[in-house]
Design a protein around this ligand. Sequence first.
Ligand SMILES: Cc1cc2nc3c(=O)[nH]c(=O)nc-3n(C[C@H](O)[C@H](O)[C@H](O)COP(=O)(O)OP(=O)(O)OC[C@H]3O[C@@H](n4cnc5c(N)ncnc54)[C@H](O)[C@@H]3O)c2cc1C
Length: 130
Amino acid sequence: MLECLAAPGWLACGNEAIAFDPLCGDGTAQAAREAILAAAVITAIMEYPDDPHAMETLLMHYRSMLLASMRRHLRFCAQFYSMGGNSPWWRTQISALATGFEWCSGQLAGLPQPRYELHGLRLVPRMVPA
Ligand SMILES: Cc1cc2nc3c(=O)[nH]c(=O)nc-3n(C[C@H](O)[C@H](O)[C@H](O)COP(=O)(O)OP(=O)(O)OC[C@H]3O[C@@H](n4cnc5c(N)ncnc54)[C@H](O)[C@@H]3O)c2cc1C
């Protein structure tokens, strides 16, 4: 996973942003989901061209969603890999997945709750309970 997933002027997407384990069979769907989200983020940024705060919030939303998808992927892989066996190699892989999962959780804990949700191909502000 790239350390920086988005910045003013660009968004990372697909395998270049996050490489999923080919065996999990979710890489293509992930690339398509990211492309939809990236297009919706760009559309929303274009709606507020003179509002740097809106851009910052939208880029943060993009980063959070990618981090969350990486975390979901690592959880899925951990379940999958636990069937691999109990050799030192598999144990090392599972331990690395747990480290990655914790790292993603730590990063997400430092980010605000998602402020947008996808409605079709567009992002709309999320109703946050008072
Ligand atoms: C062996 C293997 C098996 C896999 N099996 C599955 C599976 O069963 N199910 C599944 O869902 N996923 C699977 N995946 C993962 C899936 O292929 C990827 O997650 C998915 O293709 C990522 O899409 P992408 O658009 O990000 O990248 P890519 O599909 O790699 O597309 C990127 C494109 O950009 C082009 N490109 C690169 N650099 C430039 C440049 N500078 N200028 C112009 N063009 C450029 C490349 O030529 C390429 O065509 C597998 C991957 C591998 C390696």
